[in-house]
Each structure stands twice: as structure tokens, then as C-alpha cells.
Design a protein around this ligand. Structure first.
Ligand SMILES: NC(=O)c1ccc[n+]([C@@H]2O[C@H](COP(=O)([O-])OP(=O)(O)OC[C@H]3O[C@@H](n4cnc5c(N)ncnc54)[C@H](OP(=O)(O)O)[C@@H]3O)[C@@H](O)[C@H]2O)c1
Length: 353
């Protein structure tokens, strides 16, 4: 028996809807013509196999790495402009407008709309869905139960790509290798796993009640890097470097830090109980890691002075102190001697003048 063919419908043709849609179309194309890479338009013309009908391009049964074939059968968007542009990108029919599309033929519906629109759209969809269908949303913070209602009979779940998808065309390559948080009822989790695997991602189950922490972790690590670069830009402005040059100047430093983290995490050291934390302490560089208390004091003096002179930098002293205190705790777990770590703590606790 060949892997099951799952017919997918996407609601919401924004950045995530387009990326997942394009990735599904691409994997369908690879199945149909494994020897070459056809365009999305070519791929979309290939009809999904119906029922148990054999798919000649499908791999032999029992191939664990290839559990299911996903076929995009259509998409819908609230407004027509994005619908039109997405039709060209995906090569499938895409409708728009207040009337919702006919979803009868779909096994799996992926809803990629803003978090605050999920509950309303799910309530409108509920009467159209049957118990054998699966409805997934792509939010990282909301549990699947956000879509529940008395009228909802479909299986409910979430499939959240842990990736920053800013490309308006929805670059499918960004999904390859990304973690996908999967959550929901058992059938929905199975379907979410298949979506993640089909687009080249790594599914990871996250308990519904803990999703908010998972999402906060994504925000703290990815979104707030941009915030830190903004703070660094303020400091570089004092050194006469304009914003654009400043961001450019920081890039190799940022990338080097990420590469160090990746390398050290991939090669855990001697502590079998805490290899992840060890990687963090080894990837940390700079005056706190070295215990250069004098340098940290000079930073604090300069930043306190800057905050007095420029109101827009008023938050920098507190930001620097908070981050440096966290860095000192990491360094303490590494090889920073206690006396230096204590001296750092004292310097950081000194109130700003
Ligand atoms: N972007 C990311 O990096 C990322 C990553 C992972 C997960 N997510 C999650 O994925 C979901 C979609 O995010 P996105 O970045 O793709 O958003 P987006 O690019 O802003 O696209 C949102 C889509 O939802 C539609 N929409 C907006 N309000 C609606 C409503 N009230 N009813 C129906 N459709 C509506 C928009 O249609 P119009 O064209 O008519 O405005 C658009 O197609 C969110 O839950 C987000 O948290 C985002």
C-alpha cells in the first residue's frame, strides 16, 4: 500500500500560508517527477490520487521517512488582492471574500491567520466541517482549544513553524530544518507531524498548557535580538557610527556568536547532566565572562552618563545591568572564579546615579 494522500486546503494567504503552501506544492512536485524539479505551476496540475489508488511516484510502503503525500487542493484569503497574487505563487485555485470556501474535499485545513482572528474564523468554519476532517492553526501561543465551540466537530490542532517568516512571497526553504511545535488532539497531532515532515521540518510535541512558554522563548530569543541590535545601535551612534553601518558592523559578530552556540551545542562537553548549559557558558565571550570588572564599571559609567544626556537612551542602564547580571550567572556556571563573579555582582548592583 502506498502512503496515504492527504488533501490540504489553506485558509489565509499571508507569509505563513504562502510558505507552507509553496512547500507542500514543492514536495508534491518532487513525488510526481523525482528526477527533476518542476515549477509550482507544473506541480499543481498533478491531481492527488483518490482514495487508495496507487500513486506511481510514491515510494515503496514501509518508508518511515516518507509517511504521507500532501496535496494542496485549494486556498482562500479574506481579501482578493493577496488571493490573486497567491494563486500565481501556488498554482492552485484560490478564492476570496466573506463567503468561506467549500471545504468538503479537504482532509486537512490549515488556518494561517493572525492569532486574534483564529477563534472567530473557527466559529464560522465549524458548521462546514465534519468529524473526519482536521483543522490546524499556525499560532505558536494559542492552544488548539481556541478553535473549539459547540458546533465544531473536526479534530483540532496546531502546527507552528519556529521560524521568522518575513518574506511576503513565503520562502519555503526557510521551513526546511525548522522545528514545528505540534499540539492538539491525537489525530490532529498526527496530521501536524505529517505537515512538518512533508515540508522538511522537525515536529516537536508541546503540551497545550505550556505553549505560552514555548512561544515566549521564541519571542525572547528571536524578536529581542532585534531589540538588542537597536540598543547597540544607540551606543554605536555615540561612537559616530550611523544606523545602517552599525547594523552591518554587528552582523559578523552576531553570526559568529550563533555559530559558536551551534558548534558547542552540537559537541557537548564533559557534563553529561547539563550539556546545554555548558554550551551557553562556553559560547559567552566578553568582559563578564572574563571577570573584567573594571571594563564593566567603565561601561556602566558611560551608559549612565548617556542616559542622563539623551532621553531616548533612558532604558539602557537598566537593560545593561539586567543582561550583565544574567551573563554573570552564566559565567559563574562556567569557569569564572567566585570572587570575580561576586565583584561583578556588586558592580552591577551599584545604583545608577
Ligand atoms: N510570520 C511568522 O514569522 C510566523 C511564524 C510562525 C507562525 N506564525 C503565525 O502564523 C499566523 C499567520 O501569520 P502570518 O505572519 O502569515 O500573518 P500575515 O502575513 O499577516 O497574514 C495573515 C493572513 O490572515 C488573513 N487575515 C487577517 N485577518 C483576518 C480575519 N479577521 N479573518 C480571516 N483572515 C484574516 C490576511 O488576509 P488579508 O490579505 O485579507 O489581510 C492574511 O492572509 C499567526 O498565527 C502567526 O502567529 C507566524
Amino acid at each position: 500500500m502506498n502512503p496515504p494522500a492527504i488533501k490540504v486546503f489553506i485558509l489565509g494567504a499571508g507569509r505563513v500560508g504562502r510558505a507552507i503552501g509553496r512547500a507542500i506544492v514543492d514536495q508534491a512536485a518532487r513525488r510526481q517527477t523525482p528526477a527533476r524539479n518542476p515549477s509550482p505551476t507544473e506541480a499543481s496540475t498533478a491531481a492527488p490520487p483518490s482514495g487508495d489508488e496507487a500513486d506511481p511516484a510514491a515510494p515503496p510502503s514501509g518508508d518511515e521517512a516518507d509517511p504521507a503525500a500532501l496535496y494542496l487542493i485549494g486556498a482562500w484569503n479574506r481579501t482578493p488582492a493577496a488571493a490573486l497574487a497567491t494563486a500565481a505563487l501556488l498554482g492552485v485555485e484560490i478564492t476570496s471574500g466573506p463567503p468561506l470556501p467549500d471545504l468538503q474535499a479537504a482532509d486537512l485545513i490549515i488556518m494561517s491567520v493572525p492569532d486574534d482572528a483564529i477563534a472567530d474564523l473557527a466559529a464560522r468554519l465549524a458548521p462546514l466541517l465534519t468529524p473526519d476532517q482536521i483543522l490546524l492553526h499556525t499560532s505558536g501561543s494559542h492552544p488548539a482549544s481556541t478553535m473549539a465551540s459547540d458546533a465544531m466537530r473536526a479534530h483540532l490542532g496546531g502546527v507552528h513553524p519556529l521560524q521568522a517568516l518575513a518574506d511576503p512571497h513565503g520562502d519555503p526553504d526557510l521551513l526546511r530544518g525548522a522545528t514545528f511545535a505540534v499540539e492538539g488532539d491525537p489525530e490532529a497531532i498526527d496530521a501536524a507531524r505529517l505537515v512538518a515532515l512533508a515540508v522538511g521540518g522537525n515536529p516537536v510535541a508541546i503540551p497545550s498548557e505550556a505553549k505560552v512558554f514555548y512561544h515566549a522563548a521564541a519571542v525572547v530569543s528571536a524578536n529581542y535580538i532585534t531589540v538588542l541590535v537597536d540598543a547597540a545601535r544607540d551606543l554605536l551612534a555615540e561612537a559616530g557610527v550611523d544606523a545602517r553601518a552599525g547594523i552591518q558592523m554587528l552582523m559578523p559578530l552576531l553570526k559568529g556568536t550563533l555559530d559558536n552556540l551551534q558548534h558547542l551545542n552540537d559537541n557537548p562537553t564533559d557534563d553529561p547532566h547539563d550539556p546545554g548549559l555548558r554550551a551557553l557558558s562556553m559560547a559567552l565571550t566578553g568582559p563578564v565572562r572574563r571577570g573584567d570588572v573594571g571594563t564593566v564599571r567603565r561601561h556602566l559609567d558611560a551608559i549612565d552618563d548617556l542616559a542622563r544626556r539623551r532621553p531616548e537612551a533612558a532604558d539602557l542602564p537598566a537593560l545593561y545591568r539586567l543582561l550583565a547580571a544574567r551573563a554573570a550567572a552564566i559565567a559563574r556556571r562556567g569557569d569564572l572564579p567566585d570572587d570575580l563573579a561576586d565583584a561583578l555582582d556588586r558592580a552591577l548592583k551599584r545604583s545608577k546615579t
